[in-house]
Design a protein around this ligand. Structure first.
Ligand SMILES: *Cc1c(COP(=O)(O)O)cnc(C)c1O
Length: 400
């Protein structure tokens, strides 16, 4: 599949997906960003500076861990976990935040803005802004601020200003709209650190490239350990950055299957979910053309997931493309299945996963027992579950 690996094209298209659907006032800034990124990508100083920060500040490389007890318990394929949960700030998001702040510095932009839903991307952004002495403003929905009070406090301790967004449903979608408005107004001084493989070109490409380190390390680690490639890669998919980071370096390895796991919420039939590939449709949201959850008039529908990081109406455009060409498969796990996965990994391996990650665990629990013992699964452990302990306790106590 040499073609898939080379995308997007110069205007950000992955087949019919992606592109640049933004107000005219942002076009110049996006073209500037794309051009600067192209230069940075080929600049050995930029790459070595980033590699050093990933190593010393974020804690890379992360281990590839053989989950021996989980493997025994499920009784099928050998299961490995890529331990992104061990990174500074607790998830893969720091990989992208570090890449983007180095880019902002190159462009002479010292004011950083971002949006956040669960607060994880806000924390990663506030962290790198503090590290580089930049002013930092984070937009967050009022409802999310209440649900994620711990992360709000973390961002504030890191010196960021957290702006409450009360419009609409007062969650992530509205926070992104407000961040875009800020960017339009202050684009001369400000860089917008987007948190997933979403939005206008060049973000889906750039964020993917900053997350590819996950898959590159995984490939080297599994080859050293098992002397062969894995049979199956599994990752949860919100916007899709941790998944594409794991998958992308394996796209040309046709023997490797890949499954992205979306949030099935209370079930697809209930309508309360965030599984864009289950009944979603093609549309444009916040800069990009992709699969999203909308009604027949194009009105964006409400989404639901027990995990805030998967709770968004659109999926990254490259995922829509990889699904269309049949290279990556997409499944979903419900809230209840994810909560069971949360318990399963905690009890068998002593690793409390993020509720997002627990959707991947739920998928493995379904497929691993059906696979022979000489097959290998690698799951991306995208984040740790400290942030979710209260939520999980509430759900698990009420259901038992
Ligand atoms: C944000 C987040 C996700 C979802 O984002 P992607 O861009 O789909 O990776 C998944 N896991 C964790 C731990 C997160 O914080």
């Amino acid at each position: 599949m040499p073609v898939a690996e080379k995308l997007p094209d110069a205007r950000g298209h992955f087949g019919q997906y992606g592109g640049m659907f933004v107000p005219e006032t942002l076009m110049t800034a996006l073209h500037e960003l794309a051009a600067e990124y192209e230069r940075a990508k080929d600049d050995p100083d930029f790459q070595s500076g980033l590699a050093q920060l990933l190593h010393d500040f974020a804690g890379r490389p992360t281990p590839l861990y053989f989950a021996e007890r989980l493997t025994k318990k499920l009784g099928g394929a050998k299961i490995y976990l890529k331990r992104e949960d061990l990174l500074h700030t607790g998830a893969h998001k720091i990989n992208n935040a570090l890449g983007q702040i180095l880019l902002a510095k190159r462009m002479g932009k010292h004011r950083i803005i971002a949006e956040t839903g669960a607060g994880q991307h806000g924390v990663a952004t506030a962290t790198v802004a503090a590290r580089f002495g930049c002013e930092c403003v984070i937009y967050m929905g009022a409802v999310d601020m209440e649900r994620q009070a711990l992360n709000v406090a973390r961002m504030q301790f890191l010196g960021a200003k957290v702006v409450t967004v009360t419009a609409g449903q007062a969650t992530l979608k509205e926070a992104i709209t407000e961040a875009m408005r800020d960017w339009v107004t202050n684009v001369g001084t400000t860089h917008y650190i987007l948190g997933s493989v979403l939005g206008s070109h060049p973000y889906p490409m750039m964020v993917r490239d900053f997350q590819r380190v996950i898959g590159e390390e995984t490939k080297a680690q599994i080859l050293e350990r098992e002397k062969r490639l894995p049979d199956l890669l599994v990752a949860c998919v919100g916007g899709g950055s941790n998944a594409i980071g794991l998958f992308h370096p394996f796209l040309n390895d046709t023997s490797v299957r890949m499954v992205g796991v979306e949030a099935g919420g209370e079930g697809i039939r209930s309508g309360k979910h965030a599984a864009r590939f289950q009944g979603g449709r093609l549309g444009v949201l916040q800069g990009t053309k992709t699969f999203l959850l909308a009604n027949e008039d194009g009105q964006i529908e409400l989404t639901h997931s027990v995990s805030a990081g998967l709770d968004y109406a659109a999926v990254g455009p490259e995922h829509s493309y990889l699904r269309e060409i049949g290279r990556v498969e997409y499944d979903f796990a419900t809230d209840d299945e994810a909560l069971a996965g949360f318990k399963l990994l905690s009890e068998t391996e002593g690793i409390i996963p993020a509720l997002e990650t627990a959707h991947g665990v739920a998928h493995i629990a379904k497929v691993a027992p059906k696979m022979p013992g000489d097959q290998i699964i690698v799951m991306n452990c995208s984040g740790r579950g400290d942030k979710d302990v209260a939520m999980a306790a509430r759900h698990l106590s009420s259901s038992s």
